[in-house]
Write a protein that binds this ligand. Structure first.
Ligand code: GTP
Ligand code: MG
Length: 138
């Protein structure tokens, strides 16, 4: 899945009415939408999605938070998508995120940090496949 990445607009950003502004920022930064849906994770789905963090102390809070409200899931296309998107979203902790990044602009805390971005091509493929079937990716 080279040139593709996966993102979720997290429950805090949906709740705070930032969907439109975030999608606009993504689009105007050169990313093309290949798939997108407004949906909600069950507790079990959130546990599965974040399985890799299951030993971390914040796992329970993370799962609870990620299943607390609707999210927007999307597959994005751009040259160097994974790395460029990680730059666009900024540091995990919004207090450390650079000016102009999505987390700096829209996140409220390290746990409610507005947006997810895949950290590798392999994970982008797994995470995109978690939400979308092949025929839903344009
Ligand atoms: P994602 O794009 O969401 O994967 O974030 P990331 O890649 O910048 O961070 P990482 O994968 O290390 O952690 C996943 C998510 O767990 C983060 O986005 C945070 O919401 C949450 N998280 C990470 N570190 C902490 C922490 O120290 N405390 C709490 N409460 N949450 C954390
Ligand atoms: Mg991550």
């Amino acid at each position: 899945m080279t040139n593709l990445t996966f993102t979720m607009i997290k429950p805090d950003a949906v709740e705070n009415s930032h969907i439109g502004a975030i999608l606009n920022k993504i689009n105007s930064s050169g990313f093309e939408f290949k798939a997108m849906k407004l949906t909600k994770l069950s507790r079990e789905e959130a546990e599965k999605f974040y399985e890799i963090h299951s030993e971390r102390p914040f796992f329970n809070d993370l799962v609870k938070y990620m299943s607390s409200g609707p999210i927007v899931a999307a597959i994005l296309k751009k040259e160097n998508a994974v790395n460029d998107f990680r730059k666009l979203i900024g540091s995990t902790n919004p207090a450390e995120a650079e000016e102009g990044t999505i987390r700096k602009m829209f996140a409220t805390s390290i746990s409610a940090n507005a947006i997810h971005g895949s950290d590798s091509d392999a994970n982008a493929k797994i995470e995109g496949g978690f939400f979308f079937q092949n025929h839903e990716i344009f």
